[in-house]
Design a protein around this ligand. Structure first.
Ligand code: ATP
Ligand code: MG
Length: 399
């Protein structure tokens, strides 16, 4: 179709969307559904701040897309507003630790917090101790309660260690006027192994778990968004139910559910369809799965790509099931061809296990008695995708 015709068609067909923005990841919904209990618990934990009593530190955990960020921000905003109205010296500070420039070192984190308080710090160069002193002085100037929300706190600990948490949770004994409470949020509990036992226990004086959403809850969340996002009558019967069921079968992730609705809408629009149908949902599911896999593979280091390429070659050549040893032989030949430095078989075996976790392959560990252990591997993808990935990896590896 000539470009002109595509554009003409788009204009004349009109949009099925009313306000697509409400389906974007950064949209802040006006209603939060099915999280009343968690919101109240957070509020009750933090409320003593209004009486100038230090709230317990709080740790919030739950799988991705269960509303942790949304609910914490919501409570923090309302608390801040209320405190301002009543002239209570409460300050909430929200920090997303996934932002590299903010939290990949102790220094950057401190500098960021000082900047939030309205003071300037050089981007590098001062001793960390001096930054701590500055921070102490700034916040201890007046009587106040500072609530620091560290979202995706696992990122902070993995990159910058737990020193800063240790210091922040100990700081109150040294402050004379101000007090600090920490709210840590994470969807990954593994970082707790990296924490000093004392940090761990003080960080979770209180704990709140966000359970995954079930299908009915997801339906309500989707319905609310759909009402604003689409023109009336655009969604075919059952579309919302189907998306909710798919997302509930996964991890009860509201983000994924909303994304699926958006992509289904985009596909319908691209097909000039007046309705979003159940077939569009199927297509959207496949597209998201496909894009996720391709992105994950592009993000792999060369070594990982070479290991996966070896497995795809084995699968293509003959065997539908093969073993770690087979992968390793093909991989070593590949290394020779590409000039990649070969890793040990043990490392390659670890990489295979990572692909298993990603869900690209099925690797079952089997014992071979005194010859040790190996993995019995099959590839879990459809033929079309396997072919596409072989081509993609060949390009990435420079064949
Ligand atoms: N109860 C809800 N009502 C309306 N929208 C919701 C609800 N819960 C989550 N969402 C939406 O789903 C998306 C994911 O929510 P949120 O970012 O709070 O998840 P999270 O638990 O912080 O996930 P992660 O662990 O990945 O950071 C957001 O777009 C949010 O607006
Ligand atoms: Mg979050």
């Amino acid at each position: 179709m000539a470009l002109k015709n595509i554009f003409e068609k788009i204009i004349s067909s009109g949009s099925i969307f009313n306000n697509k923005q409400v389906l974007q990841a950064n949209h802040y919904p006006s209603k939060i559904l099915h999280r009343q209990e968690q919101i109240q618990e957070i509020a009750q934990t933090l409320a003593p701040a209004l009486k100038l009593e230090k709230p317990s530190n709080l740790f919030i955990y739950g799988k991705p897309g269960t509303g942790k960020t949304l609910c914490s921000k919501h409570v923090a905003l309302e608390l801040q507003e209320f405190a301002n109205q009543k002239h209570k010296p409460v300050k909430t500070l929200y920090i997303n630790c996934k932002l590299r420039k903010v939290s990949d070192t102790e220094y950057r984190m401190l500098a960021f917090m000082i900047k939030q308080a309205g003071f300037k710090v050089p981007a590098t160069g001062l001793p960390t101790d001096e930054l701590y002193n500055m921070f102490f002085k700034i916040i201890d100037k007046k009587k106040q309660l500072l609530i620091i929300i560290l979202d995706e706190i696992d990122n902070l600990v993995k990159k910058a260690g737990d020193e800063i948490l240790y210091n922040l949770t100990r700081i109150n004994t040294e402050l004379s006027k101000a007090q600090i409470s920490i709210v840590g949020i994470s969807n990954d509990l593994r970082f707790e192994e990296l924490l000093d036992a004392r940090v761990k226990s003080s960080l979770s004086e209180e704990e709140i778990v966000f359970p995954p959403y079930n299908a009915l809850e997801l339906q309500d969340i989707l319905q609310e968004r759909a009402l604003k996002a689409f023109k009336k009558g655009v969604l075919q019967q059952g579309v919302i139910q189907k998306i909710a069921a798919i997302a509930a079968q996964g991890y009860g992730d509201a983000r994924k559910a909303i994304e699926l609705l958006r992509v289904a809408g985009e596909i319908a629009e691209r097909e000039y369809s007046a309705k979003v149908t159940l077939q569009h949902v199927d297509k959207a599911e496949r597209k998201i799965e496909h894009d996720t896999i391709v992105q994950a593979i592009k993000a792999q280091p060369k070594q990982g790509q070479a290991v996966l390429y070896s497995m795809l070659l084995l699968d293509k050549q003959h065997s539908k099931t093969f073993y770690t040893g087979d992968v390793y032989s093909v991989y070593k030949q590949l290394c020779l061809k590409t000039g990649l430095r070969p890793l040990t078989q043990r490392r390659v075996s670890d990489i295979i296990a990572e692909f298993d976790l990603l869900g690209l392959i099925n690797a079952r560990v089997i014992s071979k008695g005194r010859y040790g252990r190996t993995r019995d591997i099959t590839i879990d993808l459809n033929e079309g995708l396997k072919k596409e990935l072989l081509n993609l990896l060949a390009r990435e590896l420079g064949f």
